[in-house]
Design a protein around this ligand. Sequence first.
Ligand code: ADP
Ligand code: MG
Length: 699
Amino acid sequence: MEKQNVPELFGSLVFNDKVMRARLSSDVYASLRETIDKNVKLDESVADAVAEEMKNWAIENGATHFTHWFQPLTGVTAEKHDSFISPSPDSGVLMEFSGKELIKGEPDASSFPSGGLRATFEARGYTAWDPTSYAFIKDHTLCIPTAFCSYSGEALDKKTPLLRSMQAINKQALRILKLFGTEANYVRTSVGPEQEYFLVDKEVFDKRPDLIYTGRTLFGAMPPKGQEMDDHYFGVIKPRVSEFMEDLNKELWKLGILAKTEHNEVAPAQHELAPIYSTTNVATDSNQLMMEIMKKVASRHGMVCLLHEKPFAGVNGSGKHNNWSIGTDTGINLLSPGKTPYENAQFLLFLSAVIQAVDDYQDLLRLSVATAGNDHRLGANEAPPAIISIFLGDELSAILDAIRNDKPYEGTEDVVMKLGVHSLPRFSRDTTDRNRTSPFAFTGNKFEFRSLGSSNSIACCNIMLNAAVAESLKQYADELEKADDFEAALHELIKRVITEHQRILFDGNGYGEEWVKEATEVRGLSNLKTTADAMPHLLDEKNKKMLIEHKVFTESELNSRCEIMLENYVKTVNIEGLTMVNMVRKNYLPAIERYLYRLSQTTVLMKQVSEKVKCKYEVSTMERLSELTDSIMDSVTDLEDALAKFKTLENVFKSSAFVRDELLPKMDTLRKYVDEAEMLTSQRDWPFPSYGQLLFSVN
Ligand code: ADP
Ligand code: MG
């Protein structure tokens, strides 16, 4: 029987700390804990003991197989299942699992994208256990979170650079904390990702080839009702959706995922789920798992969960908010203003580090969320613009202004504020009036990066964020470690940083046209509108230098990633283009023709009956529809030519620019004509479910 008690249910399929402590000998447990907390190498006998208990626990909980679970550059997770069985001398089987099998696996990985990193003759990459993320059971399989590398040690996944970026920020942050005399063994970043998604009825979904092949609708006229009434946001959750959410929560809780907040979003059929935050690599694993489970549970309820950034034109798309903070193992949130002047100075230094990082590496943050899908959202008045800027809020901005201008901060004692000496005013952590249009907002004790697309792995942006902040901290540590007067040097440094990086701070309306003008023309911020514009900056000298210096990526890893991401963009749009051609030729044109045939037959017959009939409706509809079928024909041919041509381009930089400049505009044109034809054609003849049927399919 299924357990109903939430505390009992929670984590019941996870080999977590509680299970480890209960099942492992105290020596083994202590040694594993060292590995988890301090990144100390695990010795083989310990690995054997852990593997044995892990296997016993997994079998008791119904598992028969195990898999190394990893995150190749496709953006989804991969697994290859092996059963525990091995033959025993009495012709039976034993259930076995060794430390070696726990620590290392060798999936045949030649079909995963490697961007030239792995020649086919050395196709075998290997997976390596990440003991900091707990193993869990899914579909009768013990899943062991792992990193995925080539034999020459290059990362073929998203987890490896993420773990490296966490080490980089840990190293530099500890140097800073030492200067302040703050006690900490290690520093970790934490993330709480808020996940948006759409639910549509499976039967309606199955009738739309565009949704099936591309995850988004490529055609569809707007229904009479969209999201303009604002009646869906935080509205009452429909029974079918609420049953889905209940089921989803249970599945996630079993896997130790802290699913917490759920509500309806702005668009019809759109919803959000936010877990409680956790350490970044665990949060990343959990988010991948959460997306997978969402799809699975939806299908149990006769629905399909759409994680695409822009499944429907004309209503909001789906994003993911990456709530990010940095804290110590001793329980200090370094982005939380403290109680003493010293704590406050420390807070302001970390705040400065983030401000500088976001300014210096705007392009890396932008490209970390760049995909064909997300390009439809950013800058489209529903999501933050493609321009990266930081929102701090009135109070914190006023404090920084006071420091910058050597002025007293109003509301406190009338002296010029001196860091490390004066208290910071206590400011409220009210998050209700924060600016929703900002891509990167301070929300009291964390930053919320809002540019992510709903299907993005959160690994990418956190790799960049961690690395960029590590770089700021490194510069500060280099400078402050040499200072004779720490307090004076600290004050000067913070003042300098917030002065130099003033341009990245913006509290106004990020959706306005004026902001684009000011940001690009006056402030010199970058505005990288598409993946084709953004991704090549991964290979800019300054970016390569920083990422390589902090050992987050090697040069060849960067080259490969740039190529894979651009290739992904090109392939995605190519599939969309081909799907459009297919739908137009096989369905839309024949459907309109069928309707035209009926109209023309009717007109002829009616005129035979009486000379007086005008057939206004029939004739005007035919005239316009026939113009439209001509335009559709021209633009579908144009699109086909472009699709044929772009295959001949010699590299991904050229083909991605071609996608941006040629393919996408041609697709838009074609869609425009088809959508107009939809409005003029009878529903009976229209070959696919309408937007109205899709958006209001779940009741
Ligand atoms: P919103 O008002 O933006 O919708 P929610 O309350 O839905 O905010 O989600 C906020 C997210 O931020 C949650 O996942 C929460 O766990 C996470 N969060 C809260 N505090 C921190 C922190 N210190 N570091 C990282 N994430 C945090
Ligand atoms: Mg949010």
